[in-house]
Design a protein around this ligand. Structure first.
Ligand SMILES: O=c1[nH]c(=O)c2[nH]c(=O)[nH]c2[nH]1
Length: 304
């Protein structure tokens, strides 16, 4: 007899906007997020025996997200994710874990005539601040915060040479190249025992996000990069040092290639090597380089 070896369900793509109106100053502050909330627990009979008595409807999950957003702060997203997940394991004794993902969209306050505008915002499209949290009756609360879709480019200060050369290799070694990527950088917090512990750390989440973003940009700009791998490792080390409450830092960086273009067919125009000025940005294929860097000096155990 087969059995349900894993199951979770809930609502995805729940879009929420919340405004805070400061009555004394007239300044309004907005937050927009997309929430996914999936539940796990003693729910296998809903799959195997059509037993809906164990099902908290996904519609109710959606309603709960809106209600808790009305009744509580939705920022920082780590706090709201923990609050939301904790609600489900407290309210329903047969639900043992909630998996919450929050994508926060950046609405930056407009500066008009040199002054911050009280109620107008511009979207910093592309980049989001994400949180993935698992709130578990047995294992406490694990939270990973991340920066996703931060697009960066440097026009020099990057090299790539000394790599394996064999009968499969066509890539020339370079001592000066364009480096461009869309940063996906995550940091996993040491486990929290309860939502109260998350609440006690509430001041740390925005600071960690700012530190991770600043470190990523500074290392990207200033590192004399030997490779994506070497630069992302330095970024990871810096974040672990700057945010002592984190356990692991993870980067996933596409290497977005810009190819040189030979224009010598037209009157011998020089556009290669040190003469290169016009390049062709590639949409794919792209390199994809990932790493997780954790505290301590334990080596990777298996060689796969
Ligand atoms: O920084 C890089 N790392 C690689 O592993 C790699 N591979 C490649 O073709 N170009 C690059 N660049």
């Amino acid at each position: 007899m087969p059995h349900v070896s894993a199951a979770r369900y809930g609502k995805d793509n729940v879009r929420v906007y919340k405004v805070h109106r400061d009555q004394s100053t007239g300044v309004q502050t907005v937050a927009e997020m997309t929430v996914c909330c999936l539940l796990e627990g003693d729910i296998e009979t809903s799959y195997t025996k059509a037993d809906n008595s164990v099902v908290v409807a996904t519609d109710s999950v959606k309603n709960t997200i809106y209600l808790l957003a009305k009744q509580n702060p939705v920022t920082p997203p780590e706090y709201f994710a923990s609050l939301l997940g904790s609600h489900f394991i407290k309210k329903y004794s047969h639900i043992h874990a909630a998996h919450v993902k929050i994508i926060t969209h950046h609405w930056d306050r407009m500066t008009i005539d040199g002054k911050p505008h009280p109620h107008s915002f511009v979207k910093n499209a592309g980049e989001t601040r994400n949180v993935e949290a698992t709130i578990s009756r047995k294992d406490g609360i694990s939270i990973t915060s991340s920066i996703v879709g931060l697009s960066v480019l440097k026009s020099t200060g990057s090299a790539f040479h000394g790599f394996v050369r064999d009968e499969y290799t066509t890539l020339p070694e370079v001592w000066d190249r364009i480096l461009s990527t869309d940063v996906d950088a995550g940091w996993t917090w040491k486990k929290f025992s309860t939502h109260e512990a998350v609440k006690a750390s509430v001041g740390k989440f925005d600071k960690a996000w700012e530190a991770a973003r600043d470190i990523t940009l500074k290392r990207f700009a200033t590192d004399d990069s030997a490779s994506v791998q070497a630069t992302m490792y330095k970024m990871s080390e810096d974040i672990l040092a700057a945010v002592p409450e984190t356990e692991t830092v993870t980067y996933a960086l596409p290497n977005k290639h810009y190819f040189e273009l030979d224009l010598s067919w037209h009157k011998g125009i020089k556009n290669l090597g040190t003469d290169a000025e016009v390049y062709v940005p590639q949409s794919g294929p792209n390199g994809l380089i990932k790493c997780s860097v954790s505290r301590g000096d334990q080596p990777i155990k298996s060689k796969l």
